[in-house]
Design a protein around this ligand. Structure first.
Ligand code: GLY
Length: 383
């Protein structure tokens, strides 16, 4: 084991140690955002759109240590997730919420309650599929016409839940919807230079394409770095789920744009096309998500004999930049693992701690060490 891998494994040990400390503090609530590293000052009861990044980290701790206590802790969340399904708000991020929680829980325990949650959550997600346009509607209640025709690039990470439901039930409808969505994402959300539109609008009744927009990034012509990262990882996952090389190529185009635009220090600005002279806040979470995507892109390209070493090299460069410059995993000061996640709260932009940044940092460390936790796939992990 080389020195860098020893450092990554030490970092994972520190993260697991931190998780041990936080589990009793969080109980069955969820960390979300923090300005000072202290998520516990504003836990959410139902998990916002981010709840399962925490439970996903607990599952990764179970995988790393082999200890049962993490799984027992996750089982305590079952009624909380049930309540969310029965009464809480659900949107396109239903995929995030249940893929990282109920899928690995079912895989590791065979508990039928977790299996039911996967299928019920996928049913909810499927209700958001617009068959005329071929996309999963982002945001908003289904009876609200505003934004009825909008797809967003983040949603690519919600599609794995649909594939999981097909793997469990053998009903092809879930995976078919996911495939139409990702096909349209590849067709409409990628610009000629490999940058991406964050959002894309369709005329909701006829399903005709309208055009690309941006809500996460600076403006409609810009390229939100976290959106680009969702795209890299999302297209790689679509390739893993479908075997269609179109998605591997899509991921490669996005990754090439990323490589060209990434600053020397390895952490992107929150948008790749900010006007000259504007304040350039970084987004460490975008680097963590993109690192996961590039590790998997490298693995996919290598398996198909297509090289891809530059993507692994870039993933390692970003991971090291995170470990050396943004990690707060060592020491007992913070509850977060990463500083410097870009967030916009009530229209004001900040660098903060966010649980999704912590999750993807942990996943990227595992991937760097050669582990394949298969958190986003059903087929590779098996049921
Ligand atoms: N999916 C929401 C975000 O990345 O901020």
């Amino acid at each position: 084991m080389g020195e860098t891998e020893i450092a990554w494994r030490k970092e994972l040990e520190a993260i697991v140690h931190r998780i041990d400390r936080l589990m009793p503090i969080y109980g069955t609530e969820f960390p979300h955002l923090a300005w000072n590293g202290r998520y516990s000052e504003q836990l959410t009861v139902e998990g916002s759109w981010t709840g399962s990044f925490w439970t996903g980290m607990v599952y990764l701790a179970a995988r790393i240590t082999g200890e049962r206590k993490y799984i027992d802790y996750l089982l305590d969340y079952l009624p909380v997730y049930d309540k969310r399904l029965n009464e809480g708000w659900l949107d396109h991020d239903t995929g995030f919420l249940f893929q990282l929680y109920a899928v690995p829980l079912y895989r590791s325990t065979g508990d039928k309650r977790a299996r039911d949650q996967v299928v019920r959550a996928a049913d909810e997600l499927l209700k958001r599929f617009n068959p005329r346009g071929g996309f999963i509607r982002a945001w908003g209640r289904l009876d609200d016409p505003e934004r009825a025709g909008k797809m967003i690039i983040d949603c690519l990470l919600n599609l794995p839940l649909l594939h999981s439901a097909t793997a469990l039930t053998l009903n092809p409808a879930y995976a078919a919807a996911a495939e139409r969505h990702v096909r349209n994402a590849a067709r409409y959300q990628i610009r000629a230079d490999g940058s991406t539109h964050h959002t894309f609008d369709f005329e909701p009744d006829k399903g005709e394409p309208i055009g690309g927009f941006n809500e996460g990034g600076y403006d409609d012509e810009s390229c939100w770095s976290r959106g680009q990262a969702w795209g890299i990882y999302g297209f790689v996952l679509a390739y893993a789920q479908t075997g269609d090389r179109l998605y591997m190529e899509a991921a490669r185009r996005l990754a090439d744009y990323w490589l060209d635009e990434l600053p020397e220090d390895g952490i992107p600005s929150w948008d790749f096309r900010l006007p000259t002279g504007s304040a350039s806040l970084r987004d460490s979470s975008a680097a963590a998500i993109a690192a996961c995507g590039m590790f998997e892109l490298h693995a996919a390209l290598r398996e198909s004999g297509n090289g891809g070493d530059r993507y692994r090299a870039c993933a390692i460069r970003m991971l090291e930049a995170l470990r050396l410059g943004y990690s707060t995993a060592r020491g007992d000061e913070s509850e977060a693992m990463l500083n410097g996640v870009f967030g916009r709260v009530s229209g004001v932009e900040y660098e903060l701690n966010a649980i999704w940044g912590d999750y993807f940092y942990m996943e990227a460390l595992l991937l760097a060490c050669g582990e394949r936790p298969n958190m986003w796939t059903s087929t590779n992990g098996g049921f």
